[in-house]
Ligand binder design. Structure first.
Ligand code: MN
Length: 412
């Protein structure tokens, strides 16, 4: 593998004015940032294109762009883009010489290496940025991912603390932090203030809302144990590490890893990947813009959760949230990710993506990506994914059949 890493580094160095074409999620965005930093250091002018999916339509659009570097998708279309450098971790169906994929080396790209991990491996730097892609793809810190985490801690790029893990510990008022952590609070926001009052937690100092970090130690302890208790009651012991445990603070931004990942992810989904890339590259002004985009994004997520309250349908093998015309394709996956903890079977969400259907799936007792690939052997469409998260793009007329085949497989 080392000789191949060298080869890719040389190929990247030989480009004159490259275009990075990347997936629009946190992994794609952070990967693009790492590669861009590497190319810019060598004085190259870099263009970027953010895409939701690399389907035939987009393939024909990018085909004639010279000097393409494609990150976080493209593994299985290597033969259609012979001049491109492709760096990706999705499961390969074949092996192409212009694709760098960890699966070729017996490394499981669905859990041991995100694309951002590979980008940091190739460039030999910016391990802290790589952590954003790993977290965005919900991969554990094992394999290459673990190497980068250890390296980042050793270099002093990351600080490790044990505490609650809710979004907004330092960046959101306490009641807002709680609202977005628990679906029941999001569905009826009044409950959150009753919860805080019962615990005797101050929410304001004068006119200013307080964050979790600004509370007294006694208040923090009280609140943290109430949060753990609530999570135990709602989701059971096996999900407890989602609300309490190890937090990673990224020094470059003085920000929590999970929070920055959520922000970067939101930029892509709101059609502003360039803001996400700027954040990853360390631009703190872009981080403020990212927070604004996140707020907009979360309002849409809240709308999706309220829809799920009334319209989540039990299909037998899975639950279906039909968000067509109501939830955007950029948000549907986020909504079902939040709901996943509350259900014993996989969740599938659908939304319109232009003329077509974007389908997202989450689950924890099956390999989601593999199940989707199996269904797509019988139904037209493109898609795939990882252990716990995956998705597909389908023509409208193929949707019914997809759901039918999926249901049959999951009921087995
Ligand atoms: Mn990825």
């Amino acid at each position: 593998m080392n000789s191949l890493l060298n080869k890719i580094r040389k190929r990247l160095a030989a480009l004159e004015s490259p275009t990075i074409i990347h997936h629009y999620d946190a992994d794609g965005i952070s990967s693009a940032a790492i590669i861009e930093l590497f190319l810019e250091k060598m004085g190259k002018k870099v263009e970027k294109i953010s895409l939701k999916v690399l389907d035939n339509e987009n393939l024909s659009k990018i085909k004639d762009i010279p000097e393409k570097v494609i990150v976080d998708f493209g593994t299985n279309v290597g033969d259609q883009l012979p001049d491109a450098i492709i760096i990706d971790h999705h499961t390969p169906q074949a092996q192409y010489p212009n694709v760098f994929n960890p699966h070729y080396f017996g490394i499981d790209g669905s859990r041991e290496a995100s694309t951002s991990s590979l980008a940091a491996l190739i460039t030999g730097e910016n391990e802290d940025i790589a952590l954003i892609g790993i977290t965005g793809d919900r991969q554990p810190f094992v394999g290459i991912n673990k190497q980068h985490l250890d390296q980042a801690i050793e270099k002093g790029l990351v600080e490790v603390i044990e505490d609650i893990k809710l979004f907004g510990r330092r960046s959101r008022p306490v009641h807002v932090m709680l609202t977005y952590a628990f679906p029941d609070f999001l569905q009826s926001p009044k409950q959150v203030h009753a919860f805080l009052k019962r615990l005797n937690i101050r929410v304001k100092e004068g006119v200013r809302w307080l964050t979790y970090e600004e509370l007294s130690l006694e208040e923090k302890v009280r609140l943290a144990s109430a949060i753990v208790e609530k999570a135990l009651y709602m989701w059971g012991i096996e999900k407890i590490d989602e609300v309490y445990g190890t937090n990673y603070i990224l020094r470059r931004w003085s920000y929590d890893l999970k929070e920055i990942t959520t922000i970067v992810n939101a930029t892509g989904r709101q059609g502003k990947s360039e803001v996400g890339i700027a954040i990853c590259k360390g631009d703190l002004k872009a981080l403020q813009e990212g927070l604004r985009l996140l707020k907009k994004h979360q309002r849409e997520v809240a709308k999706g959760l309220r829809l799920a309250e009334n319209e989540l349908e039990d299909m037998g093998g899975f639950y279906l949230l039909d968000g067509r015309g109501k939830v955007s394709d950029g948000v549907i996956g986020v909504v079902i990710s939040i709901l996943e903890r509350d259900y014993d079977r996989p969740l599938v969400g659908i939304a319109y993506d232009g003329e077509r259907i974007k389908l997202s799936m989450r689950g924890s007792n099956i390999h989601v990506g593999k199940v989707i690939e199996e269904v797509l052997k019988e139904v037209d469409g493109i898609g795939g994914g990882h252990e716990r998260a995956g998705g597909a793009h389908l023509e409208q007329e193929d949707l019914e059949r997809f759901l039918e085949v999926l249901n049959k497989k999951l009921r087995k």
